[in-house]
Design a protein around this ligand. Structure first.
Ligand SMILES: *[C@@H]1O[C@H](CO)[C@@H](O)[C@H](O)[C@H]1NC(C)=O
Ligand SMILES: *[C@@H]1O[C@H](CO)[C@@H](O)[C@H](O)[C@H]1NC(C)=O
Length: 317
C-alpha cells in the first residue's frame, strides 16, 4: 500500500518535472514587451531574455533609463519610452510595437511597471496618495493590457502580470496592497476569458525584494513627509512615538528584503518560455512560507500575527 503510494507520488512528480522543463520552440523569433525596465525586476528580465536570444522590447519611463539598458544589452534589444499612466503614451507605444512585430504578433506582455510609495497608516494619507499608486499599478496595467491584447492574441502568446504577496494579504496601509489585490482580480478574469484564444495569463507574486522602488532612504523620507503634513489633530492622536515605531518597524521589514531578484525574473522567464506555464508564481521564502500561508488563516488569526503590539497611540498605556 505505502509502496504503491510512493510510486504514484514519484510518477506524479516526475511528470510534473518533465512538463515544467518543456520549452516553447523558436524563442529567438519571439517578441516580448516588458514595462518598467528602468530598474529592478524589469531591467534584469530584459537583460536576461536578451541573453536567451528573445527579441526584447523594453519599455522605460525615462530616456536615461532606456539608454543605460541599451548600453548593457545586445543590439537585438530595443527600447521605447512609456508612461503607463498616459493614454497617449500607451497608444503611441502600441503603434510602434505593432510596426515591429507585424503579423507575428506579440508573444509576451510583461506588466511589471509599479511604484510603492507613499506607504503609511491610511489615516495619514490623502486621496491623491492612493490615486497615484493605483494609477500606475492597476489602472495603467489594465490600459496597457487592453491596448496590447490584439497583438498578443495574434501570437497566441502570454500575459505576465506582476502582483505581489501583498495582493493576497495586506500588511501595510496605502494604495499599494489594494492595487495588487486589483491586479490579482483582473488577472483571474482575464485568464479565464483568454484561455479559449490560446493566450495564457500568469500572475507573479514576489515577497519582499530589495528593488529601487523601496529604497530605504526614499521610504524613510516618504513616511516622514506624510507624517509632517498630517493635520495637528491626527499627529496628536497618534503621537510621535507611534510615528517612530511605525518608521522603524517598516525599515526593519525592508532590511529583511531578499536581494536575489533573479528568483522573480526566472519565474517570469518560465511563464514566457515554458510549454506549460503555471498560473501563479510565488517568489521568495517569505511569501511561500509566511505571507501566502497566513492569507489562508481566519482573519482574526492573521490580525493577531500582523498587529504590532508596539504600535500604541498617544496617551494609551
Ligand atoms: C520555427 O521556425 C521555423 C523557421 O522559421 C519554421 O519552419 C518552424 O515551423 C517553426 N516552428 C514552430 C513550432 O513554430
Ligand atoms: C539566486 O536565485 C537563483 C534562482 O533563480 C539561483 O540560481 C542563485 O543561486 C541565487 N543566487 C544567490 C546568490 O543566492
Amino acid at each position: 500500500m505505502w509502496l504503491y503510494l510512493a510510486v504514484l507520488v514519484g510518477l506524479y512528480l516526475l511528470r510534473r518535472w518533465y512538463l515544467e522543463r518543456q520549452r516553447v520552440p523558436n524563442l529567438t523569433e519571439k517578441y516580448v514587451l516588458i514595462t518598467g525596465c528602468d530598474s529592478g525586476f524589469g531591467n534584469l528580465l530584459a537583460r536576461q531574455l536578451d541573453a536567451r536570444g528573445l527579441r526584447v522590447l523594453a519599455a522605460c519611463l525615462t530616456e536615461s533609463g532606456a539608454a543605460r539598458l541599451r548600453a548593457a544589452a545586445s543590439s537585438r534589444l530595443q527600447t521605447l519610452v512609456l508612461d503607463v499612466t498616459s493614454s497617449q503614451s500607451i497608444a503611441a507605444a502600441t503603434a510602434w510595437v505593432e510596426g515591429q512585430v507585424g503579423d507575428r504578433g506579440l508573444w509576451g506582455l510583461v506588466n511589471n511597471a509599479g511604484i510603492a510609495l507613499p506607504t503609511a497608516p491610511n489615516e495619514w494619507l490623502r486621496k491623491e496618495d492612493f490615486v497615484r499608486v493605483l494609477n500606475v499599478n492597476l489602472v495603467g496595467l489594465v490600459e496597457v493590457t487592453l491596448s496590447f491584447l490584439p497583438l498578443v492574441r495574434r501570437a497566441r502568446g502570454r500575459v505576465v502580470n506582476v502582483a505581489s504577496a501583498a495582493g493576497r494579504i495586506t500588511f501595510f496601509g496605502g494604495g499599494y496592497c489594494p492595487s495588487k489585490y486589483g491586479v490579482e482580480a483582473f488577472s483571474d478574469s482575464l485568464r479565464r476569458e483568454l484561455r479559449p484564444f490560446g493566450v495564457h495569463v500568469a500572475i507573479v507574486e514576489p515577497g519582499c525584494f530589495r528593488t529601487p522602488i523601496v529604497d530605504t532612504e526614499v521610504v524613510r523620507q516618504s513616511i516622514a513627509h506624510v507624517w509632517s503634513r498630517c493635520p495637528d489633530e491626527v499627529r496628536q492622536a497618534y503621537g510621535h512615538s507611534y510615528f517612530s515605531t511605525y518608521n522603524s518597524d517598516f525599515l526593519r521589514l525592508l532590511s529583511t528584503a531578499n536581494s536575489n531578484l533573479s528568483l522573480v525574473t526566472s519565474a517570469m522567464e518560465h511563464a514566457l518560455t515554458a510549454e506549460h506555464p503555471c498560473t501563479r508564481y510565488t517568489c521568495g521564502l517569505d511569501a511561500k512560507l509566511y505571507y501566502i500561508p497566513l492569507s489562508y488563516l481566519p482573519s482574526s488569526w492573521t490580525d493577531r500575527f500582523l498587529c504590532s503590539s508596539a504600535l500604541k497611540p498617544a496617551g494609551s498605556a
